[in-house]
Design a binder for this molecule. Structure first.
Ligand SMILES: C[S@@+](CC[C@H](N)C(=O)[O-])C[C@H]1O[C@@H](n2cnc3c(N)ncnc32)[C@H](O)[C@@H]1O
Length: 451
């Protein structure tokens, strides 16, 4: 028998990995260690340095993930609580890097986990990954940084806008956005005039906005008028406009939830943070020589995607948790601001069709069946479709008037639907969701392979 001292004198990571391969700090969860283990098995040294999510160093080389995350995570205001500061410090390698933090979209993926999953699905630079329900575009941003091409779809035009803005912010010139930080009042005024006012604030009609016009240029109202750039606008104008507008909508969202700060103060702080994070990742990309992937994000329906059969090297997505989050309700301000017909949109949103809860659940199943069949159609043989889904059998039990232990969980339902369309379950990983207000305590990472 081996002596306990021999075993205990080396940590788990030392048992699992060679001394040359050093893990990222703060790996706390089982699923993270699991993904690190698979990365270690699948990747040679060079691949680890290029794209690993869970390694900090390989021999003398510091990994790209470590480099792009390291340093100050956010420029938090002086008066921020130490709890908030330590939260950001702790999540620097998980969520607090690149442009992922630009908008607090609910139900958003954990970016580092996305990177790990793309790796264990066998995706390589130059391959193409699809996210049929991209939300804020975490997969597209992460794939781009890894040199993987991506196609993202979401029924909501706000999601398309958000995802595009996060992608643009990786490379767009920041000159004018920086200038906007010094003129935040004028920019705030400009957007306030063009949409519903932030609660409690009357839209200003007379203010003369020399500066804002200079930043946005004439008339830059394309987002409210059909989501197309104005004629003659150059790319920098469109990208700057989107960046500032996202910061404005972010501030509007905060102001609806909290009155601790005035909306303009909120906007100033958020814009300052946006410029800081974009600047940080751009500085990294400037000295990094790896090619970025190409991303195309569109408004579209996951139930019928404009993609050829057997063309995707991988699919990664998370379906709407229809019963926990009403995305349209959540984004009401933003959708109204963009001039979207919310009632019409509701008809194409998975999870929101139908009136009563049982009817909604019925439609949800029908729609998800179509989404899974569509995933199977576009995926190449032998490749993976990964679905991340929370379980909430209590809720389903209530809807079906059955005991929670008897109902089929959403994860089981999706695995069954996959099986019916040629996708077989290869592995399930579990992830706990931290957060007191979250009704779902566990998420399943389901890796399905097209046979
Ligand atoms: C859980 S969220 C995805 C979050 C995303 N993984 C992220 O990182 O932000 C699910 C998304 O599905 C979208 N959705 C709902 N019905 C859809 C449909 N028919 N086609 C495409 N997307 C849809 C919702 O708008 C929502 O953004």
């Amino acid at each position: 028998m081996k002596s306990p001292a021999d075993i205990l004198s080396r940590g788990l990571a030392e048992h699992l990995f060679s001394a040359e391969r050093e893990l990222i700090p703060d790996i706390d969860d089982y699923y993270e260690m699991e993904l690190a283990f698979y990365e270690n098995q699948l990747f040679d040294d060079q691949e680890l340095v290029r794209n690993a999510a869970y390694f900090a160093r390989v021999g003398d080389s510091v990994t790209r993930h470590f480099q792009m995350c390291a340093g100050e995570s956010l420029r938090l205001p002086e008066h921020s609580s130490s709890r908030l500061k330590s939260f950001f410090e702790k999540n620097i390698f998980r969520t607090g890097y690149a442009t992922h933090g630009l908008f607090p979209y609910r139900g958003k993926f954990h970016p580092q986990m996305v990177k790990g999953i793309l790796n264990v699905m066998g995706l390589k630079p130059g391959d193409t990954v699809v996210d049929p329900m991209m939300g804020s575009g975490t997969v597209a941003v992460e794939a781009t940084l890894m040199g993987i091409n991506s196609l993202g779809f979401d029924a909501s035009p706000f999601c398309r806008f958000m995802a595009q803005t996060k992608l643009d912010a990786l490379t767009m010139p920041l000159r004018r956005a920086r200038k906007a930080v010094d003129n935040a009042d004028a920019v705030f005024e400009y957007f306030g005039k063009r949409g519903s006012p932030i609660s409690g604030r009357k839209p200003a009609r007379t203010a003369h906005l020399h500066y804002a016009d200079e930043v946005m240029e004439e008339p830059a109202e394309y987002l409210t008028g059909g989501l197309r750039p104005p004629k003659g606008s150059d790319r920098e104008t469109a990208e700057t406009f989107g960046f500032l507008l996202l910061a404005y909508l972010d501030a509007a969202g905060y102001s609806e939830r909290s009155t601790r700060k005035t909306p303009i103060d909120q906007f100033r702080a958020i814009l300052d943070r946006y410029v800081f994070v974009a600047d940080k990742i751009q500085m990294f990309l400037l000295q990094d020589h790896a090619a970025l992937g190409l991303a195309r994000v569109s408004q579209g329906d996951a139930r019928s995607m404009p993609i050829a059969d057997a063309s995707a090297d991988g699919i990664l997505f998370s379906p709407p948790y229809s019963f926990a989050i009403d995305y349209l309700d959540n984004d009401a301000f933003h959708l109204n601001y963009l001039g979207v017909d919310v009632e019409q949109l509701q008809e194409s949103m998975v999870g929101l069709r139908g009136k009563s809860l049982p009817e909604k659940f019925e439609f949800y199943q029908e729609d998800m069946k179509r989404v899974i069949a569509e995933c199977s159609r576009v995926l190449k043989r032998g490749k993976f479709c990964t679905i991340i889904v929370g379980t909430n059998n209590n809720q389903i039990g209530k809807i079906l008037k059955q005991s929670p232990s008897e109902v089929e969980g959403l994860d089981e339902m999706l695995v069954r639907m996959g099986q019916e369309t040629g996708l077989s379950l290869i592995r399930t990983m579990q992830r706990s969701i931290i957060g007191m207000s979250n009704t779902m305590r566990r998420e399943q990472i389901l890796l399905l392979q097209k046979k």
